[in-house]
Design a protein around this ligand. Structure first.
Ligand SMILES: *[C@@H]1O[C@H](CO)[C@@H](O)[C@H](O)[C@H]1NC(C)=O
Ligand SMILES: *[C@@H]1O[C@H](CO)[C@@H](O)[C@H](O)[C@H]1NC(C)=O
Ligand SMILES: *[C@@H]1O[C@H](CO)[C@@H](O)[C@H](O)[C@H]1NC(C)=O
Ligand SMILES: *[C@@H]1O[C@H](CO)[C@@H](O)[C@H](O)[C@H]1NC(C)=O
Length: 519
């Protein structure tokens, strides 16, 4: 008896020590995309500063020697897989094809992670983790949670795909919340509803089951036939963290296990601009248009016709232009355009002489524009950029050039830039939206930290799981109850008819009469 009490006490003390001295956290964020990775930087930083021992598998390590409790496993080689495959996504123009290609990228990257030597070394070491955090589009990598026998959470630097929301029990209605791959948002017309709903059915009936079986195969390949099914691993996920905010991304019915931390997580404190850039911006009283297609849509991959239309439109503007361009040979440079290979984008957008931002519509660029109240002109190329473009239109914070089928029209682009600058309503709407995104009880990072430690403290969050995930289909849609009442009603009706026939002479004579007539 005493012995057991003693043991319990020791376990209790041990748990207290292990929690107060910090948990061991493994983050698995394999997508080779700078802007996506930077969303998580402040989270790893803050978790490690709070005394947790954080290990992150990432393509863009911070390499900050001050963060002593952060170990970064660098898998940047996966950029070489991503780049050519991303081009294939850019060239796809229907949601089914886009998703097919994205799915194949995700699977390729998963395999890359599982075969990476340093990841293999980590798995070989006798490391223990108290929590595993996995990027949501790689559900097969939840296997780390099985290996370390600890709770898991999923996270994403943007909204999740429908299959992830579905796994958490959230609503995935194709009209209210079209999937990220569907280029529509709110006030869908008939064609948009047709596309979104057809995509939804296609995914439900064919898409999801196929991807699931492919991803299960990956797990079996590396961990043997006894490896758990992805469905089982998804069922154990405690929380889903998403870098979204209802004021920008719209409202979705979600359970308490989905934490929306979006708005301005990756926005950092202002830093002084490099001297040449600062002089250029300070002396541009006429205003500056900032042009950047982000880190995934490279200038080198622009078609000649696209490049010509853009450079002509920008060259004719009555403003100066800063263009993020990664190549050296620029054929004919208009006077008003200055090219740089890289910009400290947040600090550039903060400069008061910046009047407009021409962007591909990636979420992080959009968030920075909103935060700095700079109206945008969106040239959407791929993935969520097309839906983000619709959000920009819906919120009236900028204009969109839909160019995927028709090419970029020089005059249209030029007019759109002038319009968002001259019509001040775009900048005012930006300001209103920025206030909505930042007026929160706690910052996005604080929210993620708080909920992460919550999962660690309680060893999961089963009690927050949506009960709809645990009842069979027929119960959820009340099919058995509907059947019960239908049968009961019919029986009652029959009973009434029979009873009437027996008790009501008029009715029985009437029925009898009908019979007579028939005969
Ligand atoms: C590292 O973690 C310890 C607790 O394990 C904490 O006291 C310390 O402040 C952390 N240091 C840094 C630089 O993150
Ligand atoms: C923190 O985690 C790393 C990687 O898993 C491990 O090598 C290191 O020993 C851990 N440090 C502490 C203080 O537990
Ligand atoms: C695994 O352990 C070795 C030796 O203890 C250490 O040098 C190495 O950094 C560890 N690797 C990881 C990924 O934790
Ligand atoms: C400015 O833009 C808004 C939003 O698109 C529009 O409703 C308004 O009519 C425009 N104002 C002018 C003066 O063009």
């Amino acid at each position: 008896m005493r012995n057991i009490e003693m043991k319990m006490l020791l376990i209790h003390i041990f748990t207290l020590i292990s929690i107060s001295s910090g948990a061991r956290i493994l983050g698995v964020i394999p997508t080779p995309s700078f802007s996506h990775q930077t969303v998580f930087w402040p989270i790893w930083k803050e978790l490690s500063l709070r005394g947790h021992n954080v290990t992150v598998i990432t393509t863009d390590p911070m390499n900050n020697p001050y963060l002593r409790n952060l170990t970064e496993i660098n898998i940047q080689e996966s950029y070489t897989i991503w780049r050519p495959l991303y081009e294939s996504v850019k060239s796809a123009n229907n949601p089914i094809l886009i998703n097919e290609r994205l799915q194949s990228i995700f699977q390729t990257i998963s395999k890359f992670v599982l075969t990476h030597t340093e990841v293999a070394a980590l798995l070989q070491n006798e490391t223990v983790f108290d929590l595993v955090m996995v990027e949501a589009q790689y559900p097969e990598l939840l296997i780390f949670g099985e290996i370390y026998e600890c709770p898991t959470v999923m996270l994403r630097s943007l909204d999740a795909f429908s299959e992830t929301h579905e796994a958490m029990g959230n609503s995935i209605h194709p009209i209210m919340n079209p999937d990220l791959n569907v280029p529509h948002f709110r006030e869908l017309d008939f064609k948009a509803r047709l596309i979104s709903t057809t995509y939804y059915w296609y995914q439900q009936l064919l898409g999801f089951p196929r991807y699931m079986s492919k991803r299960n195969k990956i797990i079996r390949e590396y961990f043997g036939n006894d490896a758990p099914d992805i469905r089982q691993m998804l069922d154990k996920v405690s929380l889903l963290f998403l870098n979204i905010h209802p004021a920008l991304h719209g409202v979705r019915l979600t359970g308490p296990n989905t934490i929306q931390f979006g708005g301005s997580v990756h926005i950092r404190d202002p830093q002084p601009l490099p001297k040449d850039l600062k002089t250029y911006l300070d002396t541009a009283a006429e205003g500056v248009v900032y042009f950047s297609l982000g880190s995934n849509v490279l200038s080198a991959n622009l078609k000649a016709s696209q490049f010509d239309a853009i450079i002509q439109a920008l060259g004719e503007l009555p403003y100066k232009v800063l263009w993020k361009y990664e190549l050296d040979d620029i054929p004919h440079k208009p006077q008003n355009i200055k090219f740089f290979k890289w910009f400290p984008q947040q600090d550039v957008l903060r400069h008061p002489n910046i009047r407009a931002f021409v962007t591909q519509g990636g979420l992080q660029s959009l968030e920075e524009a909103i935060y700095c109240h700079v109206p945008v002109v969106v040239l959407p190329f791929a993935t969520d950029q097309q839906q983000n473009a619709k959000k920009v239109e819906y919120k009236q914070i900028g204009k969109v050039i839909y160019h995927k089928s028709s090419g970029i029209n020089k005059v249209e682009l030029k007019n759109a830039i002038i319009e968002v600058i001259e019509n001040t309503s775009y900048r005012e709407n930006m300001k209103i939206l920025a206030e909505l995104l930042t007026d929160e009880p706690m910052s996005g990072v604080e929210k993620v930290i708080w909920w992460t430690e919550y999962v660690i403290r309680h060893k999961g969050a089963k009690h927050l799981r949506n009960p709809s995930l645990d009842v069979p289909f027929y119960q959820y849609f009340m099919l058995d109850i509907i059947a019960f009442w239908t049968v009961t009603f019919i029986l009652l009706l029959l009973l009434v008819v029979v009873a009437c026939q027996i008790t009501n002479p008029f009715l029985s004579s009437a029925i009898g009469c009908m019979k007579c007539k028939k005969e």
